[in-house]
Structures are given as C-alpha cells and as structure tokens.
Write a protein that binds this ligand. Structure first.
Ligand code: HSE
Length: 327
C-alpha cells in the first residue's frame, strides 16, 4: 500500500531503577535491547520474535499499538492500521525495565514515523504517565543515569554520564516478579527517620555518581523505603544485600521492583569472579536458579531512525538485529 508515513526502526535499551535508595527517582540504562519496527499497513499485524515475546497479545490491545495511537492522537494524525515487529532480549518481569523499554520504543517509533512532531520532553511525559514513575522510562529514553521528578503531569530530569570506572553485575533469578506485586507489599506511610535516611543517601549517591566518587557508593546505596519490605519476595536477597560488598561489590541493590539484584563494581576490582560466585551460590542456597551478566552502563538512550519502506520487511528486520543481540 502507499502510505503518507515513513517506516520507523528503533533500538531501545533496558534499565535498572531506584539504585537502592532512589525509589521511583533514579534510573540507569543497561545494554540489553529491544528492537521495534513500525509502519502503516492495510491491516494491523504483529511479528513478535524471541521467547520473551511469546504470549503477548497480537491485536489492537497490544501495548505497542496502544502507545503508538497515543502519539498519533496527540499529533492529530490517524494511522489506525500498523505493522509492528519487535524482538527483545530484555528478560520480562525481572526488574530490568522491559515494559518501560516497550513503551519508550513504541513512542519513539510512532513519533519518528510521522515526522517527529513530539519533543523528547513530551515523550518523557507520555512515557511516565503510562509507566507511573519516571525512573525506567527516563533511562531508556535518555541513556546514562537519570534523576527525575514526576508531578503527575510533567517529568523533570537531569542526565548524568555514568562514571568511566563503573561496571554492573546483575544476578537474574529464573522466576518472575510483577511490579504490581512488588509495589503491593510497600507501606502507604513511612516515618520521618526512614524518609531522612533515604533522602540523604539518594542525594549522596547522585552526587557520587555525578562526580565519579565510587568509594561513596556502598554507603549511599542503602535503602529503607522499599527493599526491606520486598526482601521476603526474593529468597537470598537479605544475605546478598548484607554481604556483597565483602566480596568486591561497591554497592548492591534490588534492580527496580526485582527480582534481579544489581551490583555496582569498580572496573579495576580484582574479585569479580568471587563476587559472581557469591551471588550465584547464595541464590542456589535459597533454592533459586539464576544467571549473572556483566554489563556496562549504557550511555545512549533510544535510537529511532527511518527505514526504507520496500523489500522483505520481516527478513530485513531480523537482518538488522542479527549480530547485535547479546543473549
Ligand atoms: N521504581 C519502581 C519500583 C521500578 O521500584 O516499583 C519498577 O518498575
């Protein structure tokens, strides 16, 4: 069919949220990716690749479709039928921002498809309104580390370039944990002592990351707002939080709502193998199968570009990402 609109291709990174004390505030992009291709079609079709995509709806209730329609509505254009392809290597419901990546990827794809009428700031507001907190979506959108504030309508943020010596080790349990469940165990009110505890550590952590003061990270990554309540949902988490720094981590936190845990590590650290072994052995002691991944903080956020509209679409989509996927 002929279309007034371009075909869009997007590559969007995963993310970790909170970094310990910065609940719903701090986020960092990580180099696991989702790729999305979107174009106008005569009828809506989906091509969802990768085991993580199995079981997602393939009709107009699909999140990617719904998110794209928000962009079109805001821009005042109508594109009711879409061809959407997606491949994701981001583990689902593990605390690595898979839903945030899908939201940001679909927003960016729909926007670039119709000539980019919406600014990045507007995309951030739309993404945060959908996700309800700005930490994961901000990191996927802008890359690096972000500190963000959401007032219910607008998200303000500052992006921080990750310190050069910072590496990340994640331990990803095999089981899934939904964000809804992990938010459901949180108290609705907290004491002033815990509030001060977290404000002070979040401030220290943000300053430490912005100035490359890695030696401050361990003490700054302490949290009393969410991790103590979520520990019961992740066997082994309490021991990992208490002891990882004795095995070479600068600091450790639950990644987002979990169940993945994330260690910040100095690139020069000599006990990397020991740390990895400690994480896996502790999970195993608690009956949990898990895998580890070393990751660099990811400086780039979502990348959206136009693609040629002709040719064997699905073949070229898979060709585009061949050689890039890391799992
Ligand atoms: N800040 C969020 C939470 C991230 O901890 O619940 C999960 O999406």
């Amino acid at each position: 069919m002929t279309s007034n609109y371009e075909k869009a291709r997007v590559k969007v990174p995963a993310s970790t949220a909170n970094l310990g004390p910065g609940f719903d505030t701090l986020g960092m992009a990580l180099p696991l990716y989702a790729w999305i291709e979107m174009e106008e079609a005569s009828e809506t079709v989906f091509h969802l690749y990768g085991g993580e995509m199995a079981g997602l709806p393939q009709d107009k209730s699909n999140l990617l479709y719904q998110v794209a329609q928000l962009v079109f509505a805001e821009a005042g254009v109508e594109v009711p039928e879409l061809s959407i392809s997606m491949y994701s290597e981001i583990p689902l419901t593990r605390g690595l921002g898979s839903s945030a990546s899908a939201i940001v990827g679909a927003l960016a794809a729909a926007n670039v498809m119709i000539g980019s009428p919406l600014s990045d700031a507007r995309l951030f507001d739309l993404a945060t309104a959908l996700e309800k907190h700005p930490d994961n979506v901000g990191a996927s959108l802008f890359g690096g580390i972000i500190t963000a504030v959401w007032d219910g309508t607008h998200a303000d943020y500052i992006r921080i370039e990750p310190p050069e010596n910072l590496e990340v080790l994640v331990v990803i349990p095999e089981f899934e944990l939904s964000t809804t469940k992990a938010r459901g165990v949180l108290p609705t009110e907290i004491g002033i002592g815990d509030a001060v505890h977290n404000i002070s550590r979040t401030s220290l952590l943000t300053a430490a990351l912005a100035s490359g003061r890695l030696e401050m990270i361990g003490r700054a990554m302490q949290d009393r707002l969410h991790q103590p309540y979520r520990a019961a949902l992740v066997p082994g988490m309490e021991k990992l939080l208490a002891e990882a720094t004795a095995h070479g981590a600068l600091g450790i936190a639950l990644s987002g709502a979990g169940p993945t845990l994330l260690c910040m590590v100095d690139r020069e650290e000599s006990r990397k193998a020991e740390l990895e072994q400690f994480l896996l052995a502790t999970m195993q002691e608690h009956g949990i199968t898990a895998r580890t991944r070393w990751l660099e903080p990811c400086s780039s956020g979502v990348r959206a570009e136009l693609a040629p509209r002709n040719g064997m679409q699905n073949q070229s989509f898979l060709d585009m990402i061949k050689g890039e996927t890391s799992i």
